[in-house]
Design a protein around this ligand. Structure first.
Ligand SMILES: [Zn+2]
Ligand SMILES: [Zn+2]
Length: 376
């Protein structure tokens, strides 16, 4: 998958001493807990070593509060969405990039402090931080408008510390303004589930009047269906969990059935959100000639071999990797126009292990969100 192919982040756009300063600052953050320097401690859920979530590997503990570096803001976290990618990071399905690490990449919070050169957002502004923490801005992908494929990216909650914490730092250029009208907990799942679902919809090429399948109906699908219905698309939801089928019907799916049940009509496009490779042949079978199959996850179990006949007739399979900032900004605009309503189950930050166990067991219709209490 794309993720293993990417090298550690370096910052091609800045001078060598700048790079070294950056490196030193980031290394300083990995020594938990540390009592010196950065102005106090904060609560966070820290992953020391990847392990099955059933062993509750996140430790709720005190760590050093980060300080905003060049071009960065310090954000006081109010809510952080729980994403399946967090589970892949925690369980080691994605090779570790930073250890220990604070997971979480769907952060809604308040700008608390700005670096001298980071005045884009006012102190007190409500902002969001997503998976793409920064890019180098200089590689061929960044220069051609495909920054989601950057050769030297950093990812929130994976290669840099994320939002399962009281505070987080991020480059202001990669921070989103959160539209009014969404409570913090409702807004959090928009930042990955929402944005990646939106990019998946775009890549599927689905248009008004088209028929679209969703395989897996978790956080991303429950947002994407609202956009699809807004666009006048007919939706078919295939998912193993009866509660998720029910939610799909409530949100306007014309049909909801089991993962391997054949939808009643041939589809123009389908999006696989579940991380299970065995779904791919079944989803291809449901497509019309020329149909598009989009794989929305960062990780998937191996795809079994299948007859060429399933792909022939110009059917297409493609993956989705990250998102551009434009995807994020466009999606947040659409989300507030519709407006999107996310279904969330709220856990306190200290209960992140429990939230992730519930996610793994399909026990959450919609999205899980961690609330970070003011006193932390
Ligand atoms: Zn780049
Ligand atoms: Zn995510």
């Amino acid at each position: 998958m794309w993720c293993e192919e990417q090298v550690d982040y370096t910052f091609g756009g800045v001078g060598k001493s700048e790079v070294e300063r950056e490196k030193g600052r980031r290394e300083a953050q990995v020594h938990y807990p540390l009592g010196e320097g950065h102005g106090g401690e904060m609560k966070a859920c820290v992953l020391q070593t990847p392990a099955p979530i059933e062993s509750n590997p996140l430790r709720f503990t005190d760590v050093v509060t980060p300080a905003p570096g060049h071009g960065e803001v310090l954000v006081r976290v109010r809510a952080c969405g729980v994403c399946r990618t967090d589970l892949h990071v925690i369980e080691g399905e994605l090779a570790p990039r930073k250890s220990p690490v604070i997971p979480g990449h769907q952060v809604v919070g308040i700008v608390e402090k700005q670096a001298e050169n980071a005045r884009r957002f006012a102190i007190g502004a409500r902002v969001g931080i997503a998976w793409l923490h920064r890019t180098d801005g200089t590689c061929e992908y960044c220069k051609s408008g495909a920054e989601n494929l950057c050769d030297n990216p950093a990812f929130t909650g994976y290669s840099v510390d994320g939002g399962y914490a009281a505070y987080i730092v991020a480059p202001q250029d990669f921070v989103y303004a959160i539209p009014d009208g969404f409570p913090d907990e409702q807004a959090a799942p928009l930042l990955c589930a929402g944005i990646i679902g939106f990019r998946s919809l775009r890549l599927s090429g689905i248009a008004r009047g088209g028929r679209l399948g969703f395989y897996g109906f978790g956080a991303a699908a429950h947002v994407a269906i609202q956009v699809a219905r807004h666009w006048g698309v007919e939706v078919f939801a295939s998912t193993r969990d009866a509660r998720h089928q029910k939610l799909a019907r409530e949100l306007g799916a014309g049909w909801a059935g089991g993962t391997f049940d054949e939808p009643p009509k041939k589809l123009d496009a389908a999006i696989v959100f579940a991380p299970a490779g065995e779904i791919v042949p079944a989803a291809l079978k449901a497509l019309k000639k020329g149909g598009v199959l989009v794989l929305g996850g960062i990780h998937m179990s191996p795809i079994p071999s299948f007859d060429y006949e399933l792909l022939y007739q110009e059917r297409l399979i493609r993956s989705v990797a990250n998102n551009t900032r434009k995807d994020g900004e466009d999606f947040l605009r659409v989300a507030s126009e519709i407006p999107i309503r996310t279904h969330v189950r709220i856990f306190p930050l200290s209960d992140a292990n429990r939230a992730l166990n519930a996610l793994k067991n399909d026990a959450i219709p919609g999205a899980a969100v961690l609330r970070v209490d003011d006193e932390l």
